[in-house]
Design a protein around this ligand. Sequence first.
Ligand code: DX5
Ligand code: ZN
Length: 226
Amino acid sequence: MARPILIAPSILSADLTHLADEVRAIDAAGGDFIHVDVMDGHFVPNISFGPIIVESIRPLTRKVIDVHLMIAPADPYIEAFARAGSDIITVHAEAGPHLDRSLQMVRSFGKRAGVSLNPSTPESMLDYLLDQIDLVLVMSVNPGFGGQAFIPAMTGKITRVRQMIGDRKIHLEVDGGISPLTAGEVAARGADVLVAGSAIFKGGAGSYAANIEALRRAAIAGAARP
Ligand code: DX5
Ligand code: ZN
């Protein structure tokens, strides 16, 4: 049976001068997860949001708040993001030496745990973690900015991660350069959560529903390929 395709708008590309309206708009437009990119200017060459942003948007939506931690170390901040109202907390495999401990910490706060892999990081990093995680995030760009081009070599990694997951209840999320042009291929290879920033927020709030629908349609068509 085909996995439902979930769309996760990344608020990094939202009009941040009207964040509350933007969150309500993407919720109403059909976004399934609200993707929050947390950057520390150290793990990645950019600085974005802290726990206070999660706390601020939590009352605005019942949708899943999907927090992508591009910070190193991650452990000192996991509790704050959990208490702020995150539903999924994803740490990068490259953020520190004790990934297993970080995942246990996320789950100890009753949250779903994710692992993100930079483009150069092999999927073998997941070998001993599959029973500790609820989501694998395959980065299809080098993290730090929206609006970058999709790295084609990541399609092979998506296929292999899907094989590793097997029939476990683990989401396979892809992030970076996702548009109607790339959504079909990543879904065909097994991605079920598609993060998108520029492809959704372009054109203003009046276009969000059509942009989300275009992504979902392309992904469903891709997933249906024989
Ligand atoms: C990049 C972030 C992505 C980014 C996606 O480091 O993790 O979530 O915002 O933006 P687009 O879809 O424009 O590539
Ligand atoms: Zn992200």
